[in-house]
Design a protein around this ligand. Sequence first.
Ligand code: FAD
Ligand code: NAD
Length: 472
Amino acid sequence: MDYDVLVIGGGPGGYVAAIKASQLGLKSACVEFDSTKDNKVKLGGTCLNVGCIPSKSLLDSSYKFYQLKKELLVHGIKTGKASIDLDVMMHRKDQIIEKLTGGVGQLFKHNKVESIHGKGTLVDQHTVEVTNAKGKKKIYKSKNIILATGSRPTYIPSVPWNGSTIIGSYGALEFTEIPKRLAIIGGGVIGLELGSVWTRLGAEVKVFEAEETLLPMLDNDVLRVIQREFLNQGININLGAKVTGSKKSRNGVELTISVDGKEELQSFDKVVVAVGRKPFTENLLHKDCGLKTDENGFVEVNDFCQTKIKNIYAVGDIVRGPMLAHKAMEEGVMVAERIAGKKMEVNYNLVPSVIYTHPEIAWVGKTEKQAKQEGTIVKKGSFPFAASGRALASGDSVGLVKVVSDQDTDEVVGIQVFGPSASEILQQGLIGMEFSASSEDFGLTMFSHPTVSEALHEAALAVNKQAIHIGN
Ligand code: FAD
Ligand code: NAD
């Protein structure tokens, strides 16, 4: 055998699994596409190259511009007319990608993970065939194999990508000029994040969401505040609006939009299709390898990411569960540890989600709505940032924290945050939840003053009607 562990795919699931396996004393390698131009691979997958990191880079740059234009005056700060140099903004983003993807290569070297360039195909229980960009094939043998080939965007047949006016999320990270009229099809995570970026930079953005409700995974009281704020920021979100057709127009694209059964035509310079992602398994499984994907394209695994062939595992976006980088990384660590004979598990009940709009939207565990649907009797407490001294001092006081706990045991079962540093506040709550903290435990914990995290403290106190800074 060439390796103890051979990973196909160098995204967050794959590269983390390969590094962890090496750290545990297993001889490991990772296969990732190479380029014909320079025989180089870009490690880091969707996350580092066209996902988490480039989108956050543009979200942060565009938010600084938005602050300069809209938020600094109340602090008494006056500047000249703010303007954008999009080339510089994009160059900065590209440099961050370069640094981080190169960093994964360095980590491979440091941890003695072999980097194999090419496209991997699982041939049988112990064999992977790798075809490099020049078409040359090579066979590798490994005791264990981890499939981590991630996902690709889905598209709508009636609005096919054309690479210029109709594009997917990757294209919307690469605009060379700010579109005047931008349509985003899909009011999910990408729709809201990239909708925020281009609205802040001056585009007239319309988001078309087929469902009647935005973000159905959240409670309605939280959602109402979110929708009001997006409206304030000028993001035009159209619910119950299904895009059913597209046609080239003089300056861009004419979309057919169906609302309440009535069709209307609207024109845009650019259209971004962001209607979800599907597992990427093209040419991954040889027809005789013993594994098949399910009807939705996912590789089937058990709770420990093991396929029906016991030495073959799959992690990240190609398996069930939310398509999130941190979930992929945790699965990568779990699989490496289990191959090394350890007993690690992933707690799938506590996978956090964050949408990096401003304010951020973050949640974990069960909502009040979901708990009720499942028949769990819960109590709840919330605290608005408008009553937080620190949020007011920094001029960032939109939103709230909501804590849901079990009626009998008081154990916190879910937290939702919409507000300043929501992702960081949620993470504090999540650590407590990992240790089965009750809302009383959060209430008895001392929080530094003045911090926006105090909103979590007060929301937890409010669960048992003990909040100090709002009426109970
Ligand atoms: P991927 O990251 O997709 O990596 C798979 C890798 O496998 C790719 O590099 C691919 O080239 C390679 N590969 C595929 N087939 C083969 C083959 N046959 N041989 C060799 N290599 C192969 N998640 C978050 O948690 N937070 C965020 O803020 C966030 N933002 C996002 C923003 C955008 C715009 C997008 C599109 C996604 C975002 N995500 C975010 C999702 C996140 O990027 C994915 O969940 C994560 O990258 C999945 O990791 P993975 O390792 O399973 O797959
Ligand atoms: P999504 O599933 O979040 O949202 C897609 C939306 O498109 C849904 O609300 C759906 O109802 C809507 N839709 C589907 N067909 C439609 C149609 N014909 N017309 C109008 N609306 C339609 O998917 P996404 O936004 O493409 O993101 C893909 C995945 O990438 C996410 O689910 C997430 O896992 C990951 N991601 C995560 C982050 C993050 O963690 N911050 C950021 C971006 C992407």
